[in-house]
Design a protein around this ligand. Structure first.
Ligand code: NAD
Ligand code: MG
Length: 399
């Protein structure tokens, strides 16, 4: 839209941390944004409240029983939102003509198909769901490029990638060398166990792993941050988003999480983006781009920051980070196996079926079994995802 009407927004994963923060930013700009559709997996109460608050045209609940309950409660509450259910409905809401921007904030592989559908329909895709890009890098980037004339755009929500995007000159896509970019410095907090004795990591509990020192996030990404698989997925995400090889990405442990990433240039300059660790900043940047809009985040008080520390990552402590670099170097099916096995391992860890230090072993097993080569079609990607999940399930049951 550009004729004064508000932009139509669809939020995939509305009830999650990113979804809730997105609604918070949108509520600050009622004349600029209008929520057309919301989705969630099965949290009836949360999605119900969101529908009552913003009155979207559509709400998708993937789980059918939950959808029935939501429909009932909405009727009782006098809300006219139409309820749809099933995975397919996610692809239906993103392509609606009233939708201009899609917040891709489902966690895990489940986001892949709706995100691709949004790209193909020429929407502004605000990508939080890094797992989908790790699985389908080339296919997803091609879908964005091939549909640019229809309006397709990709704006990173991950705070690091948003910071890199802000620290690069505009329109350098695929031209980083010409723009003088020499390196991307991807910052990481190091998670809650950065200073723990390595020998004690085997006894880490799910409760300890989800307690992130600087960010409030969903359970899966919190565990990924503790193993640093989150940073590994982000290395792969950055390679695709910014079209650079993995050896041009240096992970930097920066425990204060104030610098969200940096870009080094050939003239010796290093540009960084700083801010309080609050996802509403990257969300507001993607919603407003190329303008800047209020996000509700308090201004960084540089005198409060006091000090900024930087360390190199220890690959023995963070084996998952090494596995992600290796998988991207191999490419193709390996990154699909990496992601699928990680999702299975994190789920097993959260359900107390495996220890924290078994997570990388599950991933190694899936990587060993992954075929070489690169998938050409989405069906090949989905088939590999399923087969790596099966292999991981068997590996976990055999432990
Ligand atoms: P979350 O667990 O808080 O929320 C996940 C959302 O996805 C929920 O709305 C849930 O209903 C929905 N969902 C879960 N499984 C689904 C399925 N099978 N089908 C459809 N919907 C499903 O997660 P989050 O922390 O908001 O993270 C969402 C995504 O954003 C992840 O990919 C994460 O890596 C990424 N991300 C999050 C943060 C953060 O600060 N939380 C930062 C950067 C990137
Ligand atoms: Mg991040």
């Amino acid at each position: 839209m550009s004729d004064g009407k508000p932009y139509g927004i669809c939020i995939l994963g509305a009830t999650g941390t990113i979804g809730v923060n997105t609604l918070d930013v949108i509520a600050r700009h009622p004349n600029q944004y209008h929520v057309v559709a919301l989705s969630a997996n099965s949290s009836v109460e949360k999605l119900l409240q969101q529908c009552l608050d913003v009155n979207p045209q559509y709400a998708v609940m993937v789980d059918e029983n939950a959808a029935e309950q939501l429909e009932h409660h909405l009727k009782v509450g006098g809300c006219a939102t139409q309820v749809l259910s099933g995975k397919q409905a996610l692809e239906e809401i993103v392509v609606l003509p009233e939708v201009d921007y899609v917040m891709a904030a489902i966690v895990g592989a489940a986001g892949l198909l709706p995100n691709l559908a949004a790209a193909k329909a020429g929407k502004r895709v605000m990508l939080a769901n890094k797992e989908s890009l790790v699985m389908s890098g080339k296919l997803f980037m091609d879908a964005i490029h091939d549909n640019r004339d229809k309006g397709a755009e990709l704006l990173p929500i991950d705070s690091e990638h948003n910071a890199i995007f802000q620290s690069m000159p505009p329109l350098v896509e695929g031209q980083q060398q010409k723009a003088g970019v020499t390196k991307i410095l991807l910052t990481a907090s190091g998670g809650p166990f950065r200073t723990w004795d390595i020998g004690a990591l085997k006894d880490v509990t799910p409760e300890q792993a989800v307690a992130h020192p600087n960010w409030v996030m969903g359970q899966k990404i919190s565990v990924d941050s503790a193993t640093m698989m989150n940073k590994g997925l982000e290395v792969i995400e950055a390679c695709w988003l910014f079209d650079v090889p993995e050896d041009q990405i240096q992970v930097v442990i920066h425990p204060q999480s104030m610098i969200h990433s940096m870009v080094s240039y050939t003239d010796g300059s290093v540009l960084a983006q700083l801010g309080n660790p609050d996802m509403r900043t990257p969300i507001a940047y993607a919603l407003g781009y190329p303008k800047r809009i209020d996000s509700g985040v308090s201004q960084l008080d540089i005198f409060d920051v006091a000090r900024l520390d930087f360390e190199k990552p220890d690959f023995e402590r963070y084996r998952c980070l090494q596995l992600a670099y290796d998988a991207h170097r191999i490419g193709g099916y390996a990154t699909i196996a990496l992601n699928a096995a990680n999702e299975m391992a994190v789920d097993a860890f959260l359900n107390k079926r495996i220890s924290f230090t078994t997570i990388p072993l599950v991933i190694e097993n899936a990587l060993e079994q992954a075929p070489t080569g690169t998938p050409e079609k989405i069906d090949d990607i989905l088939a590999q995802d399923l087969s790596s999940r099966d292999q991981s399930k068997r590996y976990i049951s055999g432990l």
